[in-house]
Write a protein that binds this ligand. Sequence first.
Ligand code: G5P
Ligand code: MG
Length: 210
Amino acid sequence: MKRILLFGAPGSGKGTQGELLREKYGYLKISTGDLIREEVRKKSEIGIKAENCINEGKLVSDEIIVKMVKNRLDENPRIPGYIMDGFPRTLSQAESLSRIKVDSEIAIFLKVNEEKLIERLTSRLYCDKCGAVYNLLTNPPKVQWVCDKCGNNLTKRSDDKREVVKKRIDIFLEETLPVIEFYKQKGSFFEIEATGTIDTIFNKIEGVLS
Ligand code: G5P
Ligand code: MG
């Protein structure tokens, strides 16, 4: 079993590149952001607890997140590998993940400057039915505000408002940079300069995986 960990600040392209990797390698993609948004959409007990955290750009509790990841892995026992998008995001989450053994693990940090992150997120469109991600400036849907993949109306994420994005970036720097440092020390770690087109960045990722 292989494990690819995608790290990066909000808007660095974890979801976009994770989806391309999933399509190409047939791995399971686990996005803790998508999982938690699904709970909010269903108005489940977890969703109700987490909604305020998401809207304010704060992290959801480690306990909830770790449980969701474990459930997702248990539901898919026969996969050849998995891609983590947005997990682990705290040292405690990293410790929980390290207890799940795999044959190989690669950590990839998508590095993008703050100005670009804000530009990408304030122009992002999102499908709350299938999770597809677009960008008004660089990757628009074929029909305005309509998802190419499922035909649903597109929307903006509630946490993509400029002030919430700034808060999310601050939390990334405080909580997740130490996790990235931990993987850097561990080895099998690659930092990728992730500004450029989606295809260019995907080629760089494939370069480190081959
Ligand atoms: P999420 O959902 O994990 P974030 O903040 O980590 O949210 P986000 O915003 O989903 O990350 P991303 O996935 O890194 O960003 O980026 P993306 O959506 O693929 O791309 C952003 C935009 O840039 C898009 O418009 C896309 O088209 C464009 N783009 C992408 N790649 C490229 C490229 O290579 N080139 C160009 N030119 N454009 C590109 O988490 C949300 C919340 O859930 C909770 C927290 O509350 C969190 O705030 N949560 C957790 N809480 C605790 N622990 C965890 N592990 C948690 N996970 C989620
Ligand atoms: Mg994402």
